[in-house]
Design a protein around this ligand. Structure first.
Ligand SMILES: *Cc1c(COP(=O)(O)O)cnc(C)c1O
Length: 466
C-alpha cells in the first residue's frame, strides 16, 4: 500500500491529546491514571499504565492509521467502505464506555431494548407483518443463522444460490453439512429463474437463497419470481439483502429502481441486511430477520450463567453468538432517530448515490474508450477499457487502476468470467478465461458532485491505454 501512504494523513497529535483528555474525564480512570497531573504511577503498573504511555500508544496508532486508503474522501469510489454517520460513531463511543453485552438482559438491559426496537424498525421497513430477529456481527453470521434455521427445519434438502451470490453461502453450507448447488446467472448477473425452475422440478431442494443486490454488481435477483417458484415447489426462500436491503426505501419512489423484488420481501422466510454497509454504521453490525417468530425455538439451549433476570426474551436465546456488544445496537438505534428508515430519511441519501451511479454509468457508456459490464441496478458500477482481447482488457484495467490512484481516484477491481461477459453482447476475443474490470461502489451522496470529473478522468486514462 506504499502508493497510497502519501495521500493519507495520520491522526493529528492534538486530536490524540484531546481524545486522551476526554477519556480521562469520562472513564473511571482514577485507578488507571494518577489523579493528579497525569503523572505515571510507576509504583503500581497493574493499575493500567501511565498517562505518557497512553499518549504515546495513541500517537503511534495515529501514525499507523495513516497507512490507509482515504475511505471518507469523495474520490474514494471503490469498495463497500465509508465512515459511519457521526451520530453512529458518537453513540457507539458513548455506549462502549459502559460496554454492555447484549447476550442477556442482565448484561445490557437498555441496549437489548434498543436492539429490539431497531430490529423492529428494520422489519417495518421491509413490510414484514411479524418477525423475530436480532443484530449480528456481520452479514456472514446473519446468513449463517438463516441457513442454520433452514437446516433445522429441513435437514435433508439441497441449498441453491446463484453463481453471483456471496461466496460465504457455499462455505457456510459446508460448515453446516448442508448440500449446496449453484444456479447460473443471467447476462445481467441475476439468478436465472428458468434454470432455477428446471432444478426445482427435479426435487430435493430445501432452500433457495436470493440475493438482493449482489456484492459484485449490485444486481437484483428477481425475488418476486423466486418466491412464486418457492411457493409452487414447497421450498423455503431466504433473501440475502446484506448490500441492497436498505434500497427498499426507494422502491416505488425512484423510477430507476425496479420495485418488484423489493415489494415481495414481506413474503420471504428470512432476510439479512447489513447496517454496516448502507445503514451508515461502523463495521460489526449485520442483522437477520425471520418471518415466523416460532423459529426461535430452534435455538433452544440452556445457559447456566445467564437469563436469570427476567422472563422476557433474552437476545442470546435466539442467537448463535453468545457475547455481542450493545454499542452497535445503540449506534444504529440513534442513527435511525436522526435519519429515519423512510424514503425521505435514509432513502434520500440512497437516492443521491443511485443518481450518481446512473449518471456515471451513462457517462461511461457514452465514452469512446469505456464499456459498462452491465447497466447498474443499484449504485455499483463496473466498467472496463474498450480493448479487443480479454487479456488486453485485464492488463489495461490493472494499469488504469494504478493511474487513477496516481491522480487521487481510488477504485476497485473485479474478476469476471469471459464467457459471461461475452453474453452481454460485448464482442470480446476470449484469449483468457477471466477478465479484470474496474468496480466502483458509488455509496456516498457526495459522489453526485464529482460525476463529470470522474467520468472524464476515467475516459482520459482509458483512452491512453487502448
Ligand atoms: C457483504 C455481503 C455479505 C457478507 O457480509 P459481511 O457483513 O461482509 O460478512 C453477504 N452477502 C452479500 C450480498 C453481501 O454484499
Amino acid at each position: 500500500m506504499s502508493d497510497v501512504q502519501e495521500q493519507t494523513v495520520a491522526l493529528d497529535p492534538e486530536l490524540v491529546d484531546a481524545i486522551v483528555e476526554r477519556a480521562q474525564q469520562l472513564l473511571p480512570l482514577g485507578s488507571l491514571w494518577a489523579a493528579e497531573g497525569g503523572a505515571a504511577r510507576a509504583d503500581s503498573p497493574a493499575d493500567g499504565g501511565s498517562d505518557a504511555d497512553a499518549r504515546e500508544a495513541l500517537a503511534e496508532l495515529g501514525r499507523r492509521l495513516g497507512e490507509m486508503y482515504p475511505y471518507g474522501d469523495v474520490r474514494y469510489i471503490g469498495q463497500i467502505l465509508k465512515p459511519p454517520h457521526p451520530v453512529a460513531w458518537a453513540a457507539n463511543a458513548v455506549t462502549a464506555l459502559i460496554n454492555p453485552n447484549n447476550h442477556a438482559l442482565d448484561g445490557g438491559p437498555a441496549t437489548a431494548h434498543l436492539e429490539k426496537e431497531a430490529v423492529a424498525d428494520l422489519a417495518r421497513m421491509f413490510g414484514m407483518p411479524q418477525h423475530l430477529g436480532h443484530l449480528t456481527s456481520s452479514g456472514t453470521i446473519a446468513n449463517l443463522e438463516a441457513l442454520f434455521v433452514a437446516r433445522e427445519l429441513r435437514p435433508e434438502g439441497v441449498v441453491l444460490s446463484s453463481e453471483a451470490a456471496h461466496y460465504t453461502h457455499k462455505r457456510m453450507c459446508a460448515l453446516l453439512r448442508m448440500e449446496h448447488e449453484t444456479v447460473p446467472q443471467d447476462e445481467g448477473g441475476r439468478m436465472d429463474v428458468e434454470a432455477l425452475e428446471r432444478r426445482l422440478e427435479q426435487g430435493g431442494v430445501s432452500l433457495v437463497v436470493a440475493t438482493l443486490g449482489t456484492t459484485s454488481l449490485g444486481a437484483l435477483d428477481p425475488v418476486h419470481r423466486i418466491l412464486e417458484l418457492g411457493r409452487r415447489y414447497g421450498v423455503r426462500v431466504h433473501v440475502d439483502a446484506a448490500y441492497g436491503g436498505f434500497h427498499v426505501l426507494l422502491a416505488g419512489d425512484d423510477p430507476t429502481v425496479d420495485p418488484a423484488p423489493f415489494r415481495a420481501l414481506p413474503e420471504a422466510d428470512s432476510i439479512v441486511v447489513d447496517p454496516h454497509k448502507h445503514g451508515l454504521q461502523a463495521f460489526g453490525c449485520g442483522s437477520v430477520l425471520f418471518a415466523d417468530p416460532s423459529v426461535g425455538s430452534l435455538y433452544l439451549h440452556d445457559s447456566p450463567y445467564t437469563y436469570f433476570t427476567s422472563d422476557e426474551l433474552h437476545l442470546g436465546e435466539i442467537s448463535l453468538e453468545c457475547s455481542r456488544p450493545g454499542a452497535p445496537a445503540a449506534a444504529f438505534w440513534a442513527t435511525t432517530r436522526v435519519l429515519e428508515l423512510t424514503s425521505g430519511g435514509l432513502g434520500a441519501q440512497l437516492r443521491r448515490s443511485r443518481e450518481a451511479a446512473t449518471r456515471i454509468a451513462a457517462g461511461l457508456a457514452a465514452g469512446r474508450s469505456s464499456r459498462l459490464v452491465v447497466e447498474p441496478e443499484l449504485d455499483i458500477v463496473c466498467y472496463y477499457p474498450a480493448a479487443e482481447r480479454a487479456s488486453e482488457i485485464s492488463r489495461a484495467s490493472d494499469r488504469a487502476f494504478d493511474l487513477l490512484a496516481e491522480r487521487g481516484w481510488h477504485v476497485a477491481k473485479l474478476t469476471v468470467d469471459v464467457d459471461w461477459l461475452r453474453r452481454s453482447g460485448a464482442g470480446i476475443e476470449a484469449d483468457a478465461e477471466t477478465v479484470t474490470v474496474l468496480r466502483s461502489c458509488v455509496m456516498k451522496p457526495e459522489h453526485l458532485g464529482i460525476v463529470d470529473e470522474f467520468v472524464e478522468t476515467v475516459e482520459e486514462v482509458f483512452s491512453g491505454l487502448v
